[in-house]
Design a protein around this ligand. Structure first.
Ligand code: PLP
Length: 477
């Protein structure tokens, strides 16, 4: 009987073991069924939808008959974006850095990531932190290559773009021992978000107090100041230094554009609190990622408090993506390829718009010349992210509407704390957007030359000496 029982036990145990093995084997087999290739096929199928080079289909876009539809660039329409809309309005308002998209299309294989559903589901990394150590290391490495910021002895904080870090920094600098309300100032023309964001938060601890220059001679030592220094500046691309001096002045250096695409890098930034953003480095504005390098431990701790209570860190999916992108930036062409690519596009765009505007008496552009760049080890041409256009004629006070009448939408100068004679035109959008902008500007300048010729009773036939611009290269280049 006992022998019979042990045979039974052995049989049950044996079959249970077999079943487990079968399940494990089936799981393993499922696992090996390359779940990645299914996802990859899906991604590649969407990427291969043709939008005639004037749009793009995305897996999270609108689905029609089971397939994502093309999202067309401005002034293009139709199911495959092949129809050009000749009289459309050209939007040069936003600083959407789509000019780098071709770089990432070229590096599709090395820059694509796979995010499994169980990727870092936890609130924290294993060490309890909210930031990837490896990503932090890559950022520091990149600054060492480009030599645009001194990173030694700095703390690093990640944020949902520089936009979130700006407020974290204002919060941290205004919550020191000083009980007075901090005056937040910036030199006009300044990035409009500084004013808009400070006013939105409507804090008892800080208040937007306008143009820095108005406080330079009216500095009140009983007040604390937070000066926002943008270098190169948005909108005019000029490299800037702090203006205010004094014990109760704190600085936030917004270095969003301090990369070789947009400016010469004369020397590494060495300030106490500097901000950078992925948006203007790789063009991935939608990933919402930025970082701050902070010298002072107490300021760093207050920024950490802000970050942890507002969002509890940057999504881990974003950090994974940024890590991959930065690895490509660092590895391709020994850390030079994306910057050479970016500089080539931006300097060509500046040269094109500058050439046309220089033929005009009605409009002018900011003056930024060649400069020594430590990254290039030589003098290089200007390549700003924006054209800061001025309407020169007495009657063209409202420059925004002057351009709007010619179907160009820019950003009004008054938003930057400047006169309404100024308008910012974005040069960082897609090639389609830039080509259209250039064509419209060329048309305006040509009309202006014709008017001058007519006023002088000359036949408006020859374009020589006026605006003889070859428009062939505008289309599809
Ligand atoms: C000067 C400046 N700072 C900060 C930002 C915000 O960048 P982010 O996209 O990282 O929020 C921008 C965006 O255009 C900017 O121009």
């Amino acid at each position: 009987m006992a022998k019979h029982k042990s045979i039974m036990y052995a049989l049950v145990l044996g079959s249970s073991l077999c079943l487990n093995l079968l399940y494990v084997a089936r799981d393993r087999w499922d696992w090996d069924q390359s779940w990645v290739s299914e996802a990859a096929e899906e991604a590649e199928a969407v990427a291969s939808i043709s939008c005639s080079g004037h749009g793009r289909a995305y897996p999270d876009g609108l689905i029609v008959e089971g397939l994502p539809v093309c999202e067309c660039n401005d002034c293009y329409r139709g199911p495959d974006c092949s129809e050009f809309v000749p009289d459309c309005v050209v939007d040069a308002d936003s600083g959407d850095p789509m000019f780098l998209e071709p770089f990432w299309m070229k590096h599709a294989a090395s820059s694509t990531i796979v995010v499994p559903a169980w990727h870092r589901m936890s609130y924290e990394f294993n060490d309890g932190s909210l930031i990837s150590e490896e990503l932090k290391n890559q950022i520091l490495k990149l600054h060492d290559i480009i030599r645009n910021a001194n990173t030694s002895g700095r703390h690093i904080i990640f944020g949902a773009g520089a936009t979130q870090l700006l407020n974290a920094a204002v919060y941290a600098l205004s919550h020191d021992d000083d009980p007075s309300e901090a005056r937040v100032v910036a030199s006009a023309p300044y990035y409009p978000v500084y004013k808009e964001q400070t006013e939105l938060f409507d804090s008892e601890d800080f208040e937007f107090s306008g143009d820095t220059s108005s406080w330079k001679n009216d500095y009140d030592p009983l007040h604390s100041y937070i000066e926002l220094v943008t270098s190169p500046n948005n909108p005019d691309g000029k490299l800037r230094k702090a203006v205010l001096q004094g014990q109760s002045v704190h600085f936030i250096h917004d270095l969003a554009y301090y990369w070789p695409h947009f400016t010469a890098i004369p020397a590494p930034a060495d300030e106490n609190l500097v901000l950078f953003t992925l948006s203007k480095l790789t063009g991935h504005a939608g990933s919402r990622f930025g970082w701050a390098l902070v010298k002072d431990e107490a300021v760093y701790q207050r920024m950490l408090t802000y970050m942890s209570l507002s969002t509890y860190g940057v999504p881990r999916e974003t950090q994974l993506r940024v890590l991959k992108l930065l690895k490509v930036v660092i590895e391709e062409g020994e850390g030079r390829e994306i910057f050479e690519f970016g500089f080539q596009i931006m300097s060509k765009r500046w040269e094109d718009i500058h050439r046309i505007i220089s033929m005009s008496k009605r409009f002018s552009l900011q003056d930024i010349g060649p400069q020594f760049c430590s990254f290039n080890q030589g003098v290089r041409e200007a390549s700003p992210a924006f054209a800061w256009l001025k309407c020169e004629k007495e009657e063209d006070m409202d420059c925004y509407n002057v351009l709007k009448a010619s179907k160009i939408i820019g950003r009004e100068g008054v938003m930057f704390g400047a006169e309404s004679r100024f308008v910012r035109l974005s040069l960082v959008k897609s090639q389609d957007d830039f080509n259209l902008l250039l064509q419209r500007i060329e048309k305006m300048v040509r009309q202006e030359s014709n008017i001058i010729l007519e006023e002088n009773n000359e036949a408006p036939t020859s374009r020589n000496g006026s605006c003889a611009v070859n428009v062939d290269h505008f289309v599809g280049s």
